[in-house]
Design a protein around this ligand. Structure first.
Ligand SMILES: C[S@@+](CC[C@H](N)C(=O)[O-])C[C@H]1O[C@@H](n2cnc3c(N)ncnc32)[C@H](O)[C@@H]1O
Length: 712
């Protein structure tokens, strides 16, 4: 055994020792991290700078540090960050275990507002310190309640490069499991005071089961601006919208095209790739069903508004899945597309410019540098679009160097590829597309109204099936507008309440829940029910409550829609303090008198039924949470109760300094239930389960023995 091999073996053994302990909650199977074909291929391609190949390979063999992203909307995310910094990070920085300083979590330098962190603590270390155990539990519980998400650092890049604004219409073409979708939704809601941003996200995935992961992910954000659909992205239907009484084609301002790929950039996490990697995975994906990655990307740019941006990304380092797809797209576009220069967009991020030359290797190790060398027996597997452009002038005009390849050893991440395309003109095969209006307040779809007569001609790929066409979707989550079955005066809804945006799931009998979608998403939904397979949309704002009928309130407020609805509610609001929230969230059915004087007085003036409990932060009291908190509740005869699901309840308590963690067994149980629920949630039949679950969650799940108030 040579010196290098011995060293490698040593590293691998060391890696194996770490396996059960590395990362946060990670467990690794016994796999030899070696693949000669992989090594030869990437050495030969020269993607890694001179002299760094060993470092590259060593990094690939190391377990990936855990990265977390604080999810949710602005002031809430800030509050969680504050909590992390004040309660944990400060103390961890000082911590020594067995005489060794602990590597404290570090923010990702290029992620805005310190909302993303990486931590390299092993399980073994965590177990040795009560402080780290607590920190770990905090992370796990907040992840469970959806306020922190574990997401690979590199996977956070594409949404940032899309430069989302709240009015953007966004299509996420291959969206499941949805970590990037969540980022997109959060960006739409940059201003928390706007309950219905003008923009929306349509998140799509071809895999029906994985669509329910998307539903689960999106549900945590309680947004009325998200719709989950289930189509093959390479032929996702063109949608229609009604613009001032005229039918128009919907073009997107932003598209995320995070395509299926061989995933060799994820070897540090998905160590199975070590065993399975051959170049045929890449050839297959680029070439599958005639160039799947390319076909998806082409479908994307067809649906992009002129002036819009599309991000193409893969977690593969292979130019066949990366630059080759981009080059083929640019070639087809005949100048309609341009690669954007993003070099200044994420200061601090290290990346390698895209390459202009590469060659192909088969799984038998046979190399081809040009299409002309490929025998016809290989023509179904190897496609001409896989080779670099031969015309050097044309090649230079593509500016492939603007693509970004992230190498694992440069900043201890996974490998990744990302390219940002800007649409300068209609695609050559649909020349007459209208332009985006300059007025940033107006969305592309609205801007295109004026030219609606110039809709794509027959034969253009984005066609609209005729009204009543047979291109119907097989199964759909149908939503229909609902006239308010609740008494408007009960909640004293303001005159600007968008009552048209209230929808109900279509089924026989009494409506159980009422949902809200934004005006623009309603437009999409109601004009495309025949062509779209909608898995889920809308945020639940009211739930039927038969007990309430006698008080003029057949529908009680639902916690998940409270931030959407509350700005329009003008009565039945009780302003509460931090202490009041603690009482409401830790006691099952406290007497009104348990509230502090101010809230008690307000509660006494309100009749029985659904209420809003509202906490408004006081900037002069920085010791208290600085984000607004709104809870749904019920004013009973002599008592009051918060109707807040368990996860959220625990989250708010933690923000108020109450240490509350579910036992490990409970967490595991909940997680697997949650996955199953994801599927059920979106189906009409599951509405009832949902309600019951919520009722259960609201009923005494917070018995006091599980809670300790660290502030007291
Ligand atoms: C790389 S993953 C996407 C990851 C996702 N964007 C995220 O950040 O969580 C690729 C996804 O593409 C989906 N997919 C594969 N073929 C597809 C197709 N033809 N149309 C739409 N989605 C497809 C897969 O089901 C998979 O969920």
């Amino acid at each position: 055994m040579g010196k290098r091999s011995r060293q490698r073996q040593k590293n691998q053994n060391a890696g194996r020792d770490n396996r059960d302990t590395a990362g946060w909650g990670a467990g690794y199977a016994d796999i030899i991290k070696e693949n000669k074909l992989f090594e030869n291929y990437y050495k030969e391609l020269g993607l890694v700078p001179e002299g760094e190949f060993e470092q590259f390979m060593e990094a690939m063999r190391e377990p990936l540090p855990a990265t977390i992203r604080i999810t949710g909307y602005k002031s809430h995310a800030k509050e969680i960050l504050h909590c992390l910094k004040e309660k944990y990070f400060k103390d961890i920085q000082e911590l020594e275990i067995d005489g060794q300083k602990i590597e404290a979590p570090q923010p990702l330098s290029w992620y805005p507002d310190e909302q993303a962190w990486h931590t390299n603590m092993s399980r073994k270390i965590i177990r040795k310190s009560p402080l780290l155990e607590k920190f770990h539990q905090f992370l796990v519980s907040e992840t469970e309640s959806g306020n922190i998400s574990r997401q690979e650092a590199v996977s956070m890049i594409p949404p940032l490069l899309l430069k989302i604004e709240p009015h953007h219409k966004i299509l996420d073409m291959c969206a499941a499991p949805g970590s990037k979708t969540a980022q997109l939704i959060e960006m739409l809601h940059a201003d928390m005071d706007v309950p219905f941003p003008e923009g929306f996200v349509i998140a799509n995935d071809v895999d029906n089961k994985r669509c329910y992961l998307l539903v689960h992910q999106a549900k945590r954000l309680n947004s009325p601006c998200i719709m989950v659909v289930n189509h093959d992205a390479s032929c996702i239907p063109t949608l229609e919208i009604n613009s001032n009484g005229k039918k128009d084609v919907l073009f997107y301002d932003r598209i995320l095209c995070d395509v299926p790929c061989s995933g060799d950039g994820t070897m540090r996490k998905n160590i199975d790739v070590w065993k399975k990697w051959t170049t045929s995975n890449s050839l297959h994906l680029h070439g599958k069903g005639m160039e799947l990655q390319l076909r998806i990307a082409v479908r994307g740019v067809e649906q992009l508004a002129v002036g819009g941006r599309m991000v193409y990304s893969t977690c593969s380092l292979n130019p066949i899945e990366d630059e080759a797809v981009i080059a083929a797209l640019l070639e087809k576009s005949e100048g309609a597309l341009e690669l954007a220069d993003c070099s200044a967009d994420l200061p601090g991020l290290k990346w390698m410019p895209g390459v202009t030359s590469w060659k192909l290797m088969t799984k038998e190790g046979q190399w081809y540098t040009d299409w002309s060398e490929v025998p016809s027996s290989r023509h179904t597997q190897i496609r001409p679009t896989m080779f670099p452009q031969k015309d050097s002038e044309k090649l230079a005009s593509f500016h492939l160097e603007r693509c970004m390849r992230i190498l694992p050893h440069h900043q201890n991440t996974g490998g990744f590829f990302v390219a940002v395309l800007v649409k300068k003109a209609p695609m050559p095969w649909n020349k007459r597309y209208p332009k985006l209006r300059k007025d940033s307040k107006l969305s592309s779809s609205a801007a295109q109204t004026s030219s609606s007569k110039e809709a794509p001609s027959p034969g253009d790929t984005p066609h609209l099936p005729p009204e009543g066409s047979t291109e119907k979707v097989e199964r759909n989550m149908m939503m229909t507008p609902s006239s308010p079955p609740y008494s408007k005066s009960f909640y004293d809804l303001s005159p600007d309440f968008p009552k048209l945006n209230v929808l109900t799931r279509t089924h026989e009998g009494k409506k159980r829940n009422l949902y809200m979608v934004s005006k623009e998403l309603r437009n999409v939904l109601l004009n495309n029910s025949e062509r779209m397979k909608v898995i889920n949309t809308g945020v639940k704002v009211w739930s039927r409550n038969s007990e309430g009928e006698e008080f003029g309130c057949a529908f009680r407020l639902a916690q998940e829609g409270i931030y959407t609805l509350q700005p329009y509610i003008r009565s039945r609001i009780i302003r509460v303090s931090v202490e009041d929230i603690k009482v409401l969230l830790t006691q099952e059915n406290p007497y009104l008198s348990k509230l502090e004087d101010e809230a008690h007085a307000q509660a006494q003036k309100i009749g029985m039924g659904s209420i809003v409990l509202k906490y408004i932060p006081n900037p002069n009291n920085p010791g208290e949470p600085q984000c607004p908190i709104q809870l749904c509740g019920w004013r009973g005869k002599t008592s009051i109760r918060a109707f807040v699901p368990r996860n959220e309840r625990f989250h708010y308590l933690r923000m108020l300094g109450v240490e509350v963690f579910r036992d490990k067994q409970g967490l595991g149980q909940k997680r697997s239930d949650g996955e199953k629920d994801g599927k059920e949630e979106a189906e009409d039949a599951a509405e009832k389960d949902e309600e019951q679950e919520e009722e259960r969650a609201c009923e005494g799940d917070c018995n006091e023995k599980g809670l300790t108030d660290s502030t007291s």
